[in-house]
Design a protein around this ligand. Structure first.
Ligand code: F6P
Length: 361
């Protein structure tokens, strides 16, 4: 009997539970394997108490549930783990403890459900002899080698729904409504929800914007009789002459800086140069929560089963992915080489521009 482990790493997203359920079902029903759930991402591999058997009973009813029953963290990296001593934080390599724990529990292979950061750690652990397969997750949809990550579709639905709601109040009050969405390096959520939600301006990290140009465009709309405007801005977008707006910097206990505030900047600038009433909505973690969409439930389930097939065939170091309508596998190494960004000159941006949407360039 094979014994495998499964963990969820990085920021959560809708569909994680659907993958966990599929992994357990695929392992247990047809193959009779044992599955161990590891709590709180890679941190769980540092602690005996966080590794527990996952049975069919444990995954019953979790398919439509947001979040992850295993817990996750977007801070823990066992190769560079923050340890506090006498009030001082130092980064320590605890990867040997992780490897020892995996061996102690006789876990023969690990399913790592995560984004770029978690898959990088997975690859490093492979270098220490651990057999791993990856499942791509992130609402940002910025992972290479897969057409789409699960979680993205649900986040898009949330953002589009919010835009629909903002439209009616913007129109009633003749306001400029700015909606800030997630998207650290990639503007996929802003771009696709903006097109679907009929935004007038979309600002994404891939296209640094000129705020004067945006003011001019909003003013031109007003002069044409459109007394309101809807602007979607990705948290990682930034003005041509400036930088990304950061809430708090990266540090020893926080791998990357926390973004947030670009929506306020855009609203403030428009308010000043046009003397129009502006309001800002930061959609934030609502995009990461809630029940996964039909698309994400199905994709996540297919990904989970494919991960089990990869383990069965000994195809380690691979990540499951979607190419067209087919579920395939690619090397984790290739998938994390760089991020999948929006092409500023690609079809989607061009189509949006032909629809009259302004990117501020
Ligand atoms: O990686 C997904 C993401 O949604 C980013 O767009 C965002 O910057 C980040 O997560 C925020 O994560 P948290 O607030 O959990 O640290």
């Amino acid at each position: 009997m094979k014994r495998i482990g499964v963990l969820t790493g990085g920021g959560d997203c809708p569909g994680l539970n659907a993958v966990i359920r599929a992994v357990v079902k695929g392992a247990v029903i047809k193959r009779g394997w044992e599955v161990f759930g590891i709590e709180d991402g890679f941190d769980g591999l540092l602690d005996d108490q966080k590794i527990r058997p996952l049975t069919l009973e444990d995954v019953r009813g979790i398919l439509p549930r947001g979040g992850t029953i295993l817990g996750t963290t977007n801070r823990g990296n066992p190769f560079s783990f923050p340890m506090e001593e006498d009030g001082k934080v130092t980064l320590v390599d605890l990867s040997d403890r992780v490897v020892a724990n995996i061996k102690k529990h006789r876990i023969e292979a690990l399913v790592v459900i995560g984004g770029e950061g978690s898959l990088k750690i997975a690859l490093e652990l492979m270098g220490k002899g651990i057999s791993i397969v990856g499942v791509p997750k992130t609402i940002d949809n910025d992972l290479l080698e897969t057409d789409v990550t699960f979680g993205y579709n649900t986040a898009l639905e949330t953002a589009t729904d919010a835009l629909d709601k903002l439209h009616s109040t913007a129109e009633s009050h003749h306001r400029v409504m700015v909606m800030e969405v997630m998207g650290r390096y990639a503007g996929w959520i802003a771009l696709e929800s903006g097109i679907a939600g009929g935004a007038d301006v979309i600002l994404i990290p891939e296209i640094p914007f000129d705020i004067q140009y945006i003011c001019h465009a909003v003013d031109a709309r007003r002069k044409r009789g459109n007394r309101f405007s809807i602007i979607v801005v990705a948290e990682g977008a930034f003005p041509r002459s400036g930088e990304r707006v950061v809430k708090s910097g990266a540090g020893k206990t926080q791998a990357v800086e926390r973004l947030g505030g670009i929506g306020d900047y855009v609203a403030r600038e428009i308010g000043t140069c046009l003397d129009m009433d502006t309001r800002v909505t930061v959609l934030g973690h609502l995009q990461r929560g809630g029940s996964p969409s039909t698309f994400d439930r199905c994709l996540a389930s297919r990904f989970g089963i494919k991960a089990i097939e990869l383990i069965e065939n000994g195809e380690f170091g691979k990540m499951v992915c979607l190419k067209g309508r087919a579920i395939k596998a690619v090397s984790i190494e290739n998938a994390i080489k760089e991020l999948k960004l929006v092409d500023p000159d690609g079809e989607m941006v061009r189509s949006a521009e032909e629809l009259g949407i302004i990117f501020g360039r």
